[in-house]
Design a binder for this molecule. Structure first.
Ligand code: ZN
Length: 391
């Protein structure tokens, strides 16, 4: 067995352990974090938790090699999306091998990258590293990249400045140099109940919400029509959709409440808030009209997530590094989905996304990764050790 094959085999063992922890974002990731701490301490590597406020979840950071500048951060999220209501052929929490593939929740997005980083620990620990390899594992990526900001703050405050951040989201081991940002809002319209025949005695939250939703529909059409034809993104430009909505209790009652959540995706350089100026003007108008009739009625808007876009860097150190490690000579690529890369970049770190598996399988029932992707990931880790050991 070659050393790369041995590293792949070990990564699959670690992946099997990682997948067995149900780290759906709504629950805790602490059991998985405890397991990772165990692996690190077995090689004498110290690690540090960066917990959430409630203490129910934690990011984890660790450094292998000398505490000097110029290191690389291997960044990955520990949480996965739910399996509820999905038709799985095999148990999603048990890694199952079929036809050259591994099946299980999170095998593509993105526990294989974590597994490869952990499987490589003995190589990292034995190598004469000149520059450090930092591990940065986060929580709550899948629900709006909520955990990473605390982790990034600690990296910036406590580590000698790393040269590059490699975010191991599934990209088929190709360097991705940009992604869109996400802005999402929850809108709650409060009306006043009355019999549906007596519209003068109440205010329907649903009817008021339709005005706001119409505004968003128009905005989504305008954004699509006005997209820059030269945009590298697919779809081009900004996009907007209402992912969830619900209101009212019966056909013959004026709805007391209507709630909807919308999601705006923007390219680097776009100002999401400015794009929504017209919508917020309509919110203020509808709110004032409702309150004029019934003071307890109105519209409330709550921001749910604000994940910055990730812009291709001119002569980006991280992208060049990932290309060299992955043997990637292709064109500059960008992704429509968002990840933690924009947050790292915003904090001043040169960043790239590059990891095993395909985004096409992420979040799907029967999520899988080709074993060949794990093998490429293993070769990537071996080249990383060499690169960080060079003078
Ligand atoms: Zn992911």
């Amino acid at each position: 067995m070659s050393s790369t094959e041995a590293l792949s085999a070990r990564a699959i063992e670690v992946l099997t352990d990682l997948v067995a922890f149900d780290t759906t974002s709504r629950g805790s990731n602490l059991e998985l974090i405890g397991y990772v701490e165990g692996l690190l301490s077995a090689y004498g590597i110290e690690s540090r938790r960066v917990p959430n406020r409630e203490g129910t979840k934690a990011n984890l950071m660790a450094t292998i090699g000398p505490m000097v500048e110029g290191g690389v951060v291997l960044s990955g999220h520990t949480d996965v999306v739910p399996v509820d209501g999905q038709a799985w052929t095999s148990d999603p929490w048990v890694v199952t091998r079929r036809d050259g593939r591994l099946y299980g929740r999170g095998v593509a997005d993105m526990k294989s990258f974590l597994a490869l980083s952990l499987a490589a620990l003995p190589r990292f620990a034995e190598a004469p590293l000149k520059r450090p390899i930092h591990l940065a594992f986060s929580y709550d990526e899948e629900v709006g990249c909520l955990g990473a900001p605390f982790l990034i703050e600690q990296i910036a405050a406590t580590l000698p400045k790393p040269a590059a951040v490699l975010v191991g989201e599934p990209t088929d081991m190709q360097a991705i140099a940009g992604h869109k940002g996400i802005t999402s809002y929850k809108v709650t319209v409060t009306g006043k109940e009355a019999h549906s025949s007596l519209t003068h005695l109440g205010a329907s939250a649903n009817m008021a919400a339709i005005r706001l939703l119409s505004n968003l529909l128009k905005l989504s059409e305008d954004l699509a029509a006005g997209a820059d034809p030269a945009s590298p993104f697919t779809p081009r430009g900004a996009s907007l959709t209402v992912g969830q909505m619900g209101g009212g209790t019966a056909v013959n009652i004026l709805a007391r409440e209507c709630v909807f959540i919308f999601d705006l995706r923007t390219e680097p350089g776009m100002d999401a808030r400015a794009l929504l100026n017209g919508f917020f003007a309509e919110v203020r108008k509808v709110d004032a009209e409702l309150k004029a009739r019934f003071p307890e009625c109105g519209v409330e808007v709550e921001r749910r997530s604000l994940t910055p876009a990730f812009a291709p860097e001119d002569g980006g150190v991280a992208e060049a590094m990932a290309r060299r490690l992955a043997g990637d000579n292709g064109p500059v690529r960008v992704a429509p989905y968002a990840a933690e890369a924009g947050q790292f970049q915003e904090a001043g770190f040169s960043t790239v996304i590059c990891g095993p598996g395909s985004i096409d399988q992420a979040h799907q029932p029967d999520e899988f990764i080709e074993i060949s992707q794990i093998e490429r990931g293993a070769a990537f880790m071996e080249r990383l050790v060499e690169m960080m050991s060079e003078d």
